[in-house]
Design a protein around this ligand. Structure first.
Ligand code: SIN
Length: 487
């Protein structure tokens, strides 16, 4: 049960001003915007609403802080990151409550996100010290050729509401490790977690100007400044493909380096030789994580005709047991959708599927406020909107197939290419299908693939670049080639 204490806004980490050049500051205009709890509609806090002029100051501060920060030793930057990592874990419960209140995520998942988000900081604190260059065998006797990796410069990050903490740390962790000052622009739905994390960054000892957070509801204006200001040398964005394309166009004006982690349309294939219990477990983990609101959530379940009914029955049992409710209640497994727009999209996708011949096997309706029933749709087909566009909600459409080549073709028949999943016990098929799926990530007999140690990212219109892993630092450094002559 939720106690009245649970409902209270956690106090010690709450901040409502932006963090610029080592100071907590309000927008010059004095404007604010409200942050609401999607589970209740209550206003949690009013946060300062910064605009282009405020962002420019943050960019100037970050740019001024760059030379001294990049000149620190990797070990010095690593120590700050380790301290930040420890502070985040020390404040796990409070951060998780704040996150649940502003994005609706159920509390167990919010706690999991604090661990997940912190893991990127720890990982890149370690990677900071391994940013090696090369010694290249020279092309002539009198030369010596060397490469070094240098910090790229000021990094701007634009992050989404579905992972209010982890999408910041996955970008900022490697940036800081590489010696880049950062400007964090969280979404207007979830600025409080971002500000709480900034407070902990301040305590961790990052020098003024190195870590900046801009809160705003003026996404277009602030985004444009971050893209067009040439003192920002790199933009890292997670969000929709449409916004990613716009940002890329805007960054072209100064050829800014850009990393994009965009939308997906993840297929989940259950072959006739799959372990069905394992497949159900994987589908539940991936489809219903954050109430279906992640870019790697299963969007299309393809089930072989021979096991279709058995799979639907097993999945229905698991889905029927899901508890829907306010994320602060420890029993809840499915929270609200983020806003009306998100709810409308889910309703539109379901209505379109039903009009085109799908059947509601379970759920199918909205509940009070922004909640939607965990839903299974059977007899889904390729002409439905839900087959082409990620639903971003707790709806599982199940497609029927009979042939391996055909299901691979259908799985790849999308402009997106982020995550994909399949279940089979045949090792030959596992290699064959994994290689044939046109995606940046493939879960083989596994529904949970995200980790700091592996590269996260997509192909086609799902993005550019990889986050996390040993590759993650590369996007925040430039390779410099040095040729020593006259040796
Ligand atoms: C996302 O939905 O953008 C991120 C999901 C993840 O990191 O697992």
């Amino acid at each position: 049960m939720i106690t009245s204490e649970d409902r209270m806004v956690p106090n010690s980490l709450i901040r409502t001003q932006g963090y610029v050049n080592g100071k907590w500051v309000s927008a010059a205009s004095g404007a604010t915007f409200d942050v609401t709890n999607p589970a209740t509609g209550e206003v949690i806090a009013s946060v300062t609403d910064m605009d282009q002029s405020d962002v420019r100051q943050a960019i100037e501060a970050a740019h001024a802080a760059w030379p001294a920060f990049r000149d620190l030793t990797a070990k010095e930057r690593s120590s700050m990151l380790k301290k930040w990592f420890a502070l985040i874990l020390e404040n796990k419960d409070e951060l998780a409550r704040l996150m649940t209140m502003e994005c609706g995520k159920v509390i167990t998942e919010s706690r999991g996100e604090v661990d997940y988000g912190a893991s990127f900081i720890e990982w890149f604190a370690e990677e900071a010290r391994r940013t090696y260059g090369d010694v290249i065998p020279a092309n002539t006797r009198d030369k010596r050729l060397v490469t070094i990796k240098q910090s790229i410069g000021v990094v701007a990050t634009i992050t989404p509401w579905n992972f209010p903490l982890a999408m910041i740390t996955r970008k900022v962790g490697p940036a800081l490790a590489a010696g880049c000052p950062v400007i964090v622009k969280p979404p207007s739905e979830t600025p409080l977690t971002a500000l709480a994390v900034s407070e902990l960054a301040e305590k961790a000892g990052f020098p003024p100007g190195v870590y900046n957070t801009i809160t705003t509801s003026k996404n277009a204006e602030v985004g444009l400044e971050l893209c067009e200001n040439s003192k920002v040398r790199k933009l890292s964005f997670t969000g929709s493909t449409a916004t990613g394309k716009l940002l890329m166009k805007q960054c072209a004006s100064n050829l800014k380096k850009i990393s994009l982690e965009l939308g997906g349309n993840a297929p989940f294939i259950v072959f006739e030789d799959a372990d069905l219990d394992a497949a159900v477990k994987g589908a539940m983990a991936s489809k219903f994580r954050n109430s279906g609101q992640t870019c790697v959530c299963v969007n299309r379940l393809y089930v072989h005709d021979a096991v279709y009914n058995a799979f639907v029955e097993k999945l229905s049992k698991a889905v029927g047991a899901l508890q829907v409710g306010n994320g602060l209640d420890a029993q809840s497994q499915i929270g609200p959708l983020i806003n009306e727009k998100g709810l409308d999209k889910v309703k539109r996708h379901v209505a379109d599927a039903l009009a085109k011949g799908a059947h509601v096997h379970m759920g199918g309706h909205e509940l009070e406020g922004l909640f939607f029933q965990p839903t299974i749709l059977t007899d889904a087909t390729a002409d439905m909107i839900i087959a082409q566009d990620e639903v971003f909600g707790p709806v599982a459409p199940i497609f029927r197939f009979t042939d391996e080549q055909e299901v691979i073709r259908q799985a790849n028949d999308t402009p997106y290419g982020l995550a994909s999943y399949f279940y089979s016990k045949d090792i030959n098929r596992c290699w064959r299908v994994a290689e044939a799926l046109d995606y940046g990530m493939v879960g083989i007999n596994e529904g949970m693939i995200s980790t700091e140690v592996a590269p996260f990212g997509g192909v086609k219109e799902s993005g550019i670049g990889r986050e996390g892993s040993k590759y993650g630092m590369d996007y925040f450094t430039e390779i410099k080639y040095m040729c020593f002559g006259g040796m």
